[in-house]
Structure formats: structure tokens, C-alpha cells
Design a protein around this ligand. Structure first.
Ligand code: SAM
Length: 261
């Protein structure tokens, strides 16, 4: 079993995947952070920002504050004059100071060091600081709502889901992590813990379908190694671009908690 971030060697389709994630989840993350009550002068850190616009959104919510956004790979990152974008590895590098808000989406589940990193993030919060951790919950997989051949579409989504879960586990991902974040934050002494789920309806070719399209391209060989045939991967990617396709996306869980005063 390797224990590295599963997409790190995949350049092809990675940008599509990161843009799709941003399109699917930036509005949800924004809604969650608006509800959390970020003070206008907050010092904020976005870990593993990828192609997301959430750092710019946070800069709008904290106009007198400061926003640092980080990632190990800055190629897909959006540039925003209000955001200090830095190359940073959250596993090996110290965090750049203390913060009133830290946001991390869709990273910790991939990293075997997730609990140590969670502790590192909590320790870097100022009193009453907010930590937002957002992850996929793989129990509710993507559901086919409409397709030219719904049974065949179900079969292809099932084959993809099963192979992707194997590939994720081989890479050190822990599938139950999204459900464990809440309890782990309570164990670390955090208060006001709140977890909310998000899913949505997506048509073929839209963000919710381009995410599995890009992912299946980026980790094609890993899916084959995990038992999905090359023909099914091709048929699956073809299906994901059909305008007649409608899916209910898999569930994402957003957990927000505060450090005590
Ligand atoms: C699945 S993407 C999520 C991107 C973004 N947070 C989002 O939800 O749209 C994971 C991101 O984590 C970054 N990443 C992987 N390993 C990392 C590490 N050790 N430290 C910081 N970022 C890392 C990747 O480069 C990628 O941008």
C-alpha cells in the first residue's frame, strides 16, 4: 500500500477535476462559512486550495483581515490580489502562524497523517477561532436519476465507485473519515461542532459529471488495477458527457467547530 496523495502523479484531467470540485462545492462552502460568522478582521488560512475560489470568498468576508491560501501544487490555483498564495505541504511544513479561521476541503481523508494534521490545525487556531473541515461521505454514492439506459448507467457508476474505493484505500484514504471528523474535533476540545451534508442534481457535462470524468481519466490505470475494465472506463466517461444524463451527486459533509475562548 502506498500512502501518498492519490492524484499527485496525474497531470492529465487533474485541472478538470479541480475545476469541477470548485464548481460543485464552492457555493456550499461559502454558505457554511457565511453562517459561521467570520469577523471582518479575521486572519484566515485555506489549506490545499486547489482550483477553488473559496480563498477569495473568505477575503470578501474578512475585508480588514488577511487570507493565506496554500497548496503543494499551485498550478491550478486561482490568483486573487487579496489572497497570499503560498506553496506549502501541510504534512511536512509548519503552519504560517495562528488564525481565526482555517478551512480545509477534500484533503485530510487522503492523508494517513490526518489526525496529527487535525491537531496541528486546532493548535494553530486563536481562541474562539473556527475550523472548517469538508470531506466526501462515500456511503451515499452518486445516484443515476435519468439516462438513455438507466440500468447500464447504474452498472457503470457501480463499477467506478467500487474500483475508486479500492484505489483510494490502496493510497491510504480512510473511507469513514468524513464521519469521524466531528468526534475527532470534540476529542481535541473543540466546541459548537456542527456537521451538515450537501448533494445536488447534475446533468451530463456539468461540474457534477466532470468530476468523475476527470477523476477516471486522472487515475485510469489505478481503476484498472482495482478491477474496472478499460472498456467500462471509456463507456463511463462517454456517459458522463451525455446531456440526457442526470445524477444526484455523492454526499459531502461539512464540519465546523470553534476553539474555546
Ligand atoms: C481533492 S483536491 C481538493 C482541492 C480543494 N480543496 C477543493 O476542495 O476544491 C486536494 C488538493 O490537495 C492538494 N494537496 C495534496 N497533498 C497536499 C499536502 N500534503 N499539502 C497541501 N496540499 C496538498 C492537492 O494539490 C489538491 O489541490
Amino acid at each position: 500500500m502506498s500512502t501518498t496523495y492519490i492524484f499527485q502523479d496525474a497531470e492529465t484531467d487533474n485541472d478538470v477535476m479541480l475545476r469541477a470540485l470548485a464548481g460543485m462545492y464552492d457555493p456550499f462552502s461559502e454558505q457554511r462559512l457565511r453562517g459561521a460568522g467570520i469577523s471582518p478582521d479575521a486572519r484566515c488560512l485555506v489549506i490545499a486550495v486547489g482550483g477553488s475560489s473559496i480563498a477569495g470568498t473568505i477575503a470578501g468576508l474578512a475585508p480588514r483581515g488577511e487570507v493565506i491560501a496554500t497548496d503543494v501544487d499551485l498550478r491550478a490555483c486561482q490568483r486573487d490580489p487579496r489572497v497570499d498564495l503560498r506553496e506549502h505541504n501541510v504534512v511536512t511544513d509548519p503552519l504560517p502562524g495562528t488564525f481565526d479561521l482555517i478551512h480545509v476541503r477534500l484533503l485530510l481523508g487522503h492523508l494517513p497523517q490526518r489526525l496529527d494534521i487535525l491537531r496541528k490545525l486546532v493548535d494553530a487556531l486563536n481562541p474562539h477561532g473556527i475550523l472548517a473541515v469538508e470531506e466526501f461521505e462515500p456511503t451515499w454514492r452518486t445516484s443515476v436519476l435519468a439516462a438513455p439506459d438507466p440500468d447500464e448507467a447504474d452498472r457503470l457508476f457501480g463499477a467506478y465507485h467500487d474500483a475508486f474505493q479500492v484505489a483510494l484505500q490502496d493510497a491510504g484514504n480512510r473511507s469513514k473519515w468524513s464521519r469521524r471528523v466531528h468526534g475527532a474535533l470534540l476529542d481535541l476540545g473543540m466546541t459548537e461542532c456542527d456537521t451538515v451534508g450537501h448533494t445536488g442534481t447534475w446533468a451530463g457535462g456539468s461540474h457534477g459529471c466532470l468530476l468523475p470524468w476527470g477523476t477516471a481519466g486522472a487515475i485510469r490505470q489505478k481503476l484498472i488495477d482495482a478491477g474496472m475494465s478499460a472498456a467500462d472506463i471509456d463507456a463511463f466517461r462517454h456517459l458522463l458527457l451525455l446531456p440526457e444524463l442526470r445524477v444526484k451527486s455523492n454526499l459531502a459533509l461539512s464540519t465546523i467547530a470553534r476553539r474555546p475562548r
